[in-house]
Design a protein around this ligand. Sequence first.
Ligand code: NCD
Ligand code: ZN
Length: 353
Amino acid sequence: MIEFERKIRMRRPDDWHLHLRDGNILNSVVAHTARTFRRAVIMPNLQPPITDIQKAIDYRQRILDAIPDGLSFTPLMTAYLTDDLMPNVLEKGFREGVFFAAKLYPANSTTNSAFGVTNIEKIYSTVEIMEKIGLPLLIHGEVSDPHVDVFDREAVFIERHLDPLLKRFQNLQVVLEHITTKDAVQYVQNSQSRLAATITPHHLHINRNAMFKGGLRSDYFCLPVAKREYHRVALRQAAVSGEPCFFLGTDSAPHLRQFKESSCGCAGIFNAPYAIESYAQVFDEEGAIDRLEPFASEFGPAFYGLPLNEDHIILVQRPQLVQDRIEIQNFDQGKDYIVPFHAGETLRWSIQV
Ligand code: NCD
Ligand code: ZN
């Protein structure tokens, strides 16, 4: 019997949630996304964060300068909301085609969120303008209240903050980013609002046990933190459901090895180098490989009102070994590296080049 390689030709995907960092890291990581994805929503949690139009323009240019020749990639820029970011800055940035969306980090909820919003009600007047002009609000949906158990912070956020927000701003376009719980899946599914959610590859692959397998494994630590198995199952069902309110956002979040491997390791998983292959494996395992294309390439543009990409990529069912590290040329501290998600594993799908 001759067994043919399984192949999928799919519309080129976009990444609706991506951290590219800056400087040497940006220069080393952007190609991993640009080789597969046509567009990406770029997170603004730099140090200092992207809080004005000029910073976003300059950062966009640095990203464009870092893209290798021959690749076509569009960074979609976001503004980092703070308690006192002026709505007229958002409006001007949006009208000038600089800001694609604005990102809400509850203060101290995740990496570089110290300047985030201390209380969502404080920025309601800004949100009102966003609703009026049609600027989407992207939310890191976790409370930072230290009294709330870290595994409950997403569910509590939905109840305490998201639900009241959506009730008040019924025309606001909102994305609940990188959802991790069954609670979030059900909330988004049942919502009557203009609400969608992104789902990462890692939350489809791992549950919270991954962080403690044989020791403390910071490579699997991200925020929101991976939850119990039944949450992972719910996320997989949502991703392959064919419901347009769930779409791809990798939350690829590179951190140098030295900052992951420390007594206070950073949150974030760098999945960009093998992101679409990682999603393909999940969809295939769920018997839903035909639903990968709408999840990865159609529902995002439909939600944001953007055209679909016109070119295609081809995935083949051909095993590939994931490399242990991605080298970064760090001129200040010598050579450093980032460990990609799935390091040392063999993935079943590859991109045909
Ligand atoms: C992100 C980062 O490192 O910037 N970390 C993460 O664990 N996902 C921030 C974020 O999206 O929460
Ligand atoms: Zn993120």
